[in-house]
Design a protein around this ligand. Structure first.
Ligand code: ASP
Length: 343
């Protein structure tokens, strides 16, 4: 029997139209273009229902509210479809994919986010292939995860990151292999795919006051003292290399001490594209260790931010949030032992 996929259109370049101000989302436009693509009627492609969000958004405008709506829609329609494809702008697609991976626990069907760098309405585009292959994978392949399909690769959603603003290979999964490749054939890499869950559980996010701070040489930490109030529930540091931070400033320690006193969860990721942040590997991460910070290991910043949303929304106590932050929950991180025995 022909499989059935739920196609949710949230906005993004893939379905945008040309306007006098540049590309912009337009109501009903995607449906009109899809009806002109005769290949979509082929038996090889699953049947699909298109659900168009109103308003359609450039993904820069997507936030917690939209993440929750997508997750609720998937949960509500879960039993009626073999898989889900979410059309989404590329700018924040990796955040949404990570967020959905935490909100949707125990998936047994694929949820694939895709989009394009060139809209479907242009003659030369990457949209058609991304859409058709995502539909085929969502309907016909057993990949029970939140994934991101782009440029011929199916990535684990919470491992993907946008690496190019203008190339057609716009995403990468720097610390984890792709789950499938769409070359001449579609090759599924079963060894690296998570096992299916028994029952889908939805945990909705609640907006949280969190921050991301990228470290750079010469950073003056006193500037940030004012944002470290007790309202700040979590902060992700994009530190140097393996999780290092300039240590020769009193202001840094004051800032971190304040965060600790306020019960702010401090997570340390690396600003390198590949590799891990592990507190304790170098002396220059000592300030983090003293402040009770958690290593983000090889999580992307997108995964770390959305994981903070998730854990804080679950109302765990601080120790539990810290413990789970460094624990692999949805395949988002690889935990390695350090020589120091930290974390
Ligand atoms: N600004 C667009 C968006 O993220 C870019 C894209 O879709 O590629 O919605």
């Amino acid at each position: 029997m022909r499989k059935k996929v739920c196609l949710i259109h949230t906005g993004g370049t893939i379905g945008m139209a040309r306007t006098e101000y540049g590309y912009a989302p337009k109501k009903g436009f995607l449906q009109s273009i899809l009806s002109g693509i005769y290949e979509l009627d082929s038996e090889e492609i699953p049947a699909f229902d298109l659900i168009e969000y109103d308003p359609l958004l450039d993904s820069s405008n997507i936030s917690v509210k939209e993440w929750v709506k997508i997750a609720q829609d998937i949960k509500g329609k879960y039993d009626h479809y073999d898989g889900f494809v979410i059309l989404h702008g590329t700018d924040t697609m990796a955040y949404t994919a990570s967020a959905l991976s935490f909100m949707l626990e125990g998936l047994s069907k694929p949820v694939i986010l895709t989009g394009s760098q060139i809209p479907l309405c242009e003659i030369r585009n990457d949209a058609r292939d991304n859409l058709i292959t995502s539909l085929m994978m969502a309907g016909n392949y057993h990949v029970p995860e939140v994934c991101l399909f782009f440029g011929n690769e199916l990535y684990r959603g919470n491992r993907a990151t946008k690496v190019s603003s203008d190339e057609l290979i716009a995403f990468d999964s720097p610390n984890y292999p792709s789950l499938a490749e769409a070359g001449v054939r579609i090759t599924i890499k079963e060894r690296v795919i998570r096992k299916a869950g028994l029952e889908l559980k939805l945990s909705e996010f609640v907006p949280q006051q969190i921050a991301v701070l990228k470290i750079f040489p010469g950073i003056q930490f006193e500037i940030f003292e004012n944002i470290l109030t007790s309202n700040l529930k979590g902060i992700v540091f994009e530190a140097f290399g393996a999780g290092n931070i300039p240590e020769n400033q009193g202001a840094l320690n004051r800032t971190l001490e304040k965060a600790e006193e306020n019960g702010t969860v401090i997570v340390v990721c690396t600003q390198c594209l590949r590799g891990s942040a592990m507190i304790g590997e170098y002396e220059t991460s000592l300030s983090f260790a003293k402040a009770g910070a958690v290593s983000g290991y090889d999580m992307t910043v997108e995964a770390a931010v959305t994981k903070l949303y998730y854990l804080l929304s679950m109302n765990y106590d601080l120790d539990m949030v810290k413990k789970l932050m460094g624990t692999n929950l949805r395949g988002e991180l690889s935990v390695f032992k350090t020589t120091q025995g930290n974390q």
